[in-house]
Design a protein around this ligand. Sequence first.
Ligand code: ZN
Length: 180
Amino acid sequence: MTGVPGLIIRQYGDPVLKEMTREVVDIDAAVVALAESMIETMYEAPGSGLAANQVGVQRRIFVYDIGEGPRTVINPRIVETDGEWVYDEGCLSIPGLSWEIVRPNAVHLVGLDLEGNELSIEATELEGRVFQHELDHLDGILLVERLTADQRKEALGILRRRTLDLPAGDPDGLSRIFTR
Ligand code: ZN
């Protein structure tokens, strides 16, 4: 791996996580280097998926590894979903918290790989969940927006208490306090 080191995972409260990402037009060397760095950052975290805007890049790219080696998907779209599956879901941008969330079980994902080849992946359970979670990130949607009313109330209470621990007058502290 020869990726550029030093990517920082943006944390809950960072506005970059709420912005829509843009399609990748050219899969050039910079995109390949970014994907390599994202994979390293995902393993260091560790996590099973990472979207480009989680490291501050507003492009439609995510990387994942569900135990079968690292993969990169560019300009992903979910074209079909089916069923329901409950999974205790967490997020590298909201460390230490997770919630049981119901989402479709099976998803059909299309996109491009790093060589520009078309991908068409039918996934269920963990792989399908990772796809849905990362697509949400690329659309500026965070896990807390997928919670039930009760889960959300509890989650926002915890996240609010975290922000109260911020030093006063530290405009950048919100992102720093959640970075280990
Ligand atoms: Zn996440």
